[in-house]
Design a protein around this ligand. Structure first.
Ligand SMILES: [Zn+2]
Length: 206
């Protein structure tokens, strides 16, 4: 069985990976393993380079997301934070675990009272703590009001006064994520306004 090894650098979602492609005679599918920043790929010998590239990129993205979510979940910090937020409710909902997930692309979080689980969009991990707190509070408040009725907002603002600020912050984040590609390099540069990072250490404690 002959093996051909090739090594190059692959950049996926801004993360640089060392890509090692191995052509194996017996391999029928493309397989990938990510260890640290090294991505090892085995591919059938006959597969064309231009067919392989998009498959590798997809696999790399998936593995990176998974690795990122796992690292976050191990921290356990989010669980302590969620329990702290839960304790502010008149009837504290029970939080058994908090998971950062990469599968909820259309929402920031969810809470299941049945499994006591808070699921948070993994992108929240790198955002200010008070934003994460506000999302947790929002999801927990749904345990009492499934809708976005006035009573829902009243309860939410009573346990998290930073609710509206966090809502605006997340709307800005989403806007930028959707429009970043349309901005010119000069405009992107202009976004780095001093003191406008929102990274101050407010919390949503009432
Ligand atoms: Zn909601």
């Amino acid at each position: 069985m002959s093996k051909v090894l090739r090594e190059k650098v692959l950049v996926v979602d801004g993360t640089g990976l060392t890509l090692i492609v191995e052509r194996k005679g017996r391999v029928k599918n493309v397989n990938a393993r990510l260890k640290g920043s090294v991505l090892r790929v085995s591919a059938p010998p006959g597969m064309r380079e231009e067919d392989l590239a998009p498959v590798v990129e997809n696999l790399a993205r998936k593995l990176l997301r998974r690795a990122h979510a796992r690292r976050v979940n191990e921290e356990g910090e989010a669980l302590a934070l969620a329990r702290k937020v839960a304790a502010r409710f008149p009837y504290p909902p029970s939080v058994g675990r908090v998971l950062f997930v990469t599968t909820q692309r259309s929402r920031w979080g969810s809470y299941s009272p049945r499994t006591d689980t808070v699921r948070l969009n993994a992108a929240l991990r790198s955002m200010p703590r008070w934003v994460l707190e506000a999302v947790v509070a929002h999801e927990l408040a749904h345990a009492f009001h499934p809708d976005h009725s006035p009573s829902f907002w009243r309860l939410l603002r009573s346990v998290c006064p930073e609710t509206d600020r966090a809502k605006a912050f997340l709307a800005g984040v989403s806007w930028l994520a959707h429009h970043y590609g349309e901005l010119t390099p000069v405009e992107r540069d202009l976004l780095g306004i001093e003191g406008a990072t929102g990274l101050d250490d407010r919390t949503c404690s009432p």
